[in-house]
Design a binder for this molecule. Sequence first.
Ligand code: FPP
Length: 242
Amino acid sequence: MQAAQTYPSHNVEHIPYHVAIIMDGNGRWANIRKLNRTEGHQKGAKAIPSIVKAFGKRGVKMLTLFGFSTENWGRPKSEIDAIFGLAKDFIDEHLEELHQADVKLNHLGSTEKLPYWLKKRVQHAVQKTSNNSAMTLNIAFNYGGRADIISAIKQLIEEEIATNEITERSISNRLATAGLPDPDLLIRTGGENRLSNFLVWEATYTEYYFTETLWPDFGPSDIEKAITEYGKRQRRFGLVAD
Ligand code: FPP
């Protein structure tokens, strides 16, 4: 009989199964160079394909990137439009290559308020890659952890689920991340040490790694440092050490 897969087993090889990243620091990267913030986002978006490849090569099976939060709607319209345009370009330029590499694309968050042309592309990318299995790339776009929990609670109420059936599992099953394993490692670039409403339910027992490196500069040596640091951590999941 095959043993059930448990989270601590991911750490046996010291390689996280699921890595989540808050790609912070695009604006500061641009400011330092006297460029506008959009150019920072451009550089940040350009970095994504090689980062996906590099994590894949290190044996990471799932990557979740925070591309646009529910709070980011408060930014200037020109910046929001630029980020939407970059997400569109990312799909147009890299979907085929990701598909050939057997990468499955998922979208976390709501497409409701996204422009039609972006919504259509996101749906197409998710549908086209739905049977791929070498690696999963989740893009959190118009995503907020608290909004996601509120949406799960609304679903439970609409489905008239009895209070004694409200469990961690029944809530998890109604989140955008339903069916996905929790992140093992969460990386935040850009020197800020906070979660900013990313995966608030899912990252309860995740290992956090904060780096000063600004997202557009994040590269192979940062990936190695993060994975090495993860390998040194002892994950106890609220239990006592062996
Ligand atoms: C945080 O940096 C970054 C964002 C809010 C946007 C990230 C978006 C991309 C990398 C492009 C989107 C593309 C895809 C494919 C999802 P910041 O602007 O908060 O930087 P700062 O803290 O230095 O100001």
